[in-house]
Each structure stands twice: as C-alpha cells, then as structure tokens.
Design a protein. Structure first.
Length: 320
C-alpha cells in the first residue's frame, strides 16, 4: 500500500515505478483487491491508497466504479473507515464527479438493509451541501430523495431532517412553500415538525440560492383572425346540430301532448281491480276485467281525439 501511495503521489523512485507515464492505468485493477482484504489494518491502508489515487490520477473512472463498494465498508462501524470514505467521495465531487456520487448515495437513502450506511449517506450529503461543493450537486434531486426518505427512514429521521435543512438553506422558498412540496403520504405531524425545524435555518447568500419549485405559467395559444373564424364556425355547427336533435323528439310527441287531457284513472277504476292478483276464482276475475275494459274504453273515447300513429315506433303502439 505504501509503495502504491508513493507512486500515485509522484514521490516514488525510478526502481519502484517501472512505467512512470502509465502508472495509474497500470495499477487501477488492484484497487478493488485492496478493499477486499479481511484484515482491518490492511483494509485501512487500501482506503488510503484509493484516496491518494483519487487525488492524483488524471482519470477517475476506476474510483467512481468503486463508490458503492466504498459505502459498504462503512457498515464495518470503524470511525476511521467513515472518515476516509467521506474524503474519497468529497474528492470525487471536487473533481466534477458529483452526479455519480449523488446517484450512489441517494440509492442508500431509501434502503433499510444497513442503517449505518444510510446514516453515512445522509451525513455525507449534508456536509456537501453545507460546504462550497453544493454547486456540483443536483440539489433538486437530493430534495426528492430526502423527502421520500422522510416517511421511510424512521430511525434516521434526524439525519433526514438535517439534510432537508441543508437543502432549504439553498432554496428561495419559505418554510411553508418548501414543506408544501413534500409527498402527499407525509404525515401532518411530520410536516409540522419539519416546518418548525426549517424556521431556525440560516439561508445562504442570494447568489447561491436557487428556485426549487418554479411556477409553470399557463401556455396560451396565440389568437389570430383565422382561429377566431374557425371558432365561430364550429360553434354555429354545434348549435345547428343541437337544434336538429331536438326537432325529431318534439315532433314525435307533439300530437299526443296536444290531444291528451289530464285524466285521473284511479278515480274511475274499481277497487276490485287492485285486488285482482289475490282473487282465485276465474269467473270473478273475468267479470272484473270486462268491467275494467269498459271503463278504460270510455275514458279513452272521451279524452283522446283522432291521432295518426304512423310515425310511432312498434313499442309505443303496443303500449298504447
């Protein structure tokens, strides 16, 4: 590990560095193997080597590929491991690799497998936002991930609130506007506690602030003479269609409506007709039906004038 660190930092002798011009590319495949050592002391030296590599290598692709593996090492619960991994990630962000680092850290925010790694991801993002490297981060993406974690990570809620405070320090919105954009599933009590915590946050200077939730203006289509003419034409067509639909219905019912008089059938019907369903004797039923038919015929002859039924449909004729 010491030999690699001297080579990567440019302090090695000619004997140790056989290919001086291509030393980083030559030794990059060994970085992963250094982090797989079961000995904790050797593992710490491997992390130090990766840190030196990230500080001096012209290409950072081998270190970026190791970011998920580095975060997993935090679960070993050694303070020095956390510090070294934090320095490596910070160095990657400083060298314009923030989008890679943030994407890997955000994945850990909604994971419940390893609480230690989740807390490390939250603390790392908070420290990056608090420093001068926040310009290298997608702050809106961090907010969305932290807002989702607010309801998922109950055991790490204090770290989530701290991260949201860091995002709020960079936002133009007020605490109420900021909290209004939380997911709908967030409990009202949690929202209230967050708003109270945001009121104690000191905002950053105006040049560093960003508008987190810009209001999108309603897009209005340009009004031209041709569009106005088309609108008038379409409205007139719709009006004519409505009138056409109303006319047939009115003509079908006009004859009956003009020739019918209001008649109360219940005043003329015998009470026995209403009891017809309960009568068992056939002769008695026949007499009641004949009487009812005569009464109904008299009402129709008296109340209805001659009507042409040629325009009525078959169900209507049958009902009459």
């Amino acid at each position: 590990g010491d030999v690699y660190k001297r080579q990567f930092s440019g302090e090695s002798s000619d004997e140790e560095e056989t290919e001086e011009s291509n030393v980083f590319t030559k030794h990059s495949p060994y970085l992963r193997h250094m982090l797989e050592d079961g000995n904790l002391v050797a593992l710490q030296e491997g992390l130090n080597t990766v840190l030196t590599y990230s500080q001096n290598s012209p290409t950072l692709a081998p270190v970026v590929a190791l970011v998920p593996f580095l975060i997993d090492k935090v679960s070993l619960q050694r303070t020095q491991f956390q510090k070294t991994v934090g320095k490596i990630l910070t160095e990657l962000v400083r060298r314009n690799q923030g989008h890679h680092v943030v994407s890997k850290l955000i994945i850990r925010l909604n994971s419940k497998k390893t609480l230690k790694c989740t807390q490390f991801a939250l603390n790392t993002l908070s420290s990056l936002l608090a420093g001068d490297l926040h310009r290298q981060l997608d702050v809106k993406c961090v907010f969305r991930a932290a807002a989702a974690a607010l309801t998922v990570q109950k055991e790490a809620r204090a770290q989530v609130v701290k991260l949201l405070q860091g995002v709020f320090a960079l936002a133009e919105e007020s605490a109420e506007e900021f909290a209004r954009n939380l997911p709908e599933c967030t409990k009202p009590l949690v929202v209230k506690e967050l708003v109270e915590a945001l009121k104690d946050v000191v905002k950053k200077d105006a040049p560093d602030r960003i508008l987190m939730f810009p209001e999108e203006p309603c897009k209005k289509s340009p009004i031209t003479e041709s569009s106005q003419v088309e609108t008038k034409r379409s409205s007139s067509v719709i009006t004519r269609q409505k009138e056409h639909l109303k006319e047939p219905k009115k003509s079908r019912l006009s004859d009956l409506e003009n020739n019918l008089e209001t008649v109360s059938l219940f005043e003329c019907i015998d009470e026995n007709v209403l009891k017809l369903a309960y009568i068992t004797k056939a002769e008695e039923k026949k007499e009641i039906m004949e009487s009812f038919n005569l009464t109904l015929q008299g009402i129709l002859n008296k109340s209805v004038k001659a009507v042409s039924y040629t325009h009525l449909t078959l169900p209507t004729i049958c009902s009459v």
